[in-house]
Write a protein that binds this ligand. Sequence first.
Ligand code: XMP
Ligand code: MG
Length: 177
Amino acid sequence: MVKGKVEQILITKDEIATRVAELGRKITEDYRGRDLLIVGILKGAIVFYSDLCRSIDLPVKMDFMSVSSYGAGTVSSGIVKINKDLDHSCEGVDVLIVEDIIDSGLTLQYLKEYLISRQVRSLKVCCLLDKPERRKCDLVPDYCGFQIPDAFVVGYGLDYAEYFRNLPDIGILNPDA
Ligand code: XMP
Ligand code: MG
């Protein structure tokens, strides 16, 4: 089913595993002595989230948000609807948002403003992938797995029409498939 639909493997599962372990070590050092609320953005971040959390050696609470961006096509409008909010209070808490990919940056910019308005103690962003060419605001992730060119990618949590999230590697979709 999958062979032929993914045109090119961009990042292999081994490269992902190495980078996720590095990010986990860095986050562990940076937050040493503190607790952390790690907020995963559903659904694209789930695979990255579960690997990253297990590479962080800190007292961690887990929570999730689900958001959708209004607007036509594949371009984010920046107007974000929160479909699922946090279960935990985040007031006075060190929060790390874990996102699959940053494109325009508008979704995360909105989410950051929203969580800051809920008086978090600190807020940082960790993304697996970043397409800096596509940015429409000045959002810069605090932690980033890989910068990638402007192509539509799937796998390791990222989907096309909800498929391909379970691919262990990250690949570029074949536009003819
Ligand atoms: P913005 O533009 O707000 O949007 O930064 C980020 C969201 O857009 C989706 N997105 C992708 N999803 N492959 C995907 O599966 C991609 O190449 C891609 N580029 C953007 C994704 O939901 C992300 O959270
Ligand atoms: Mg997403």
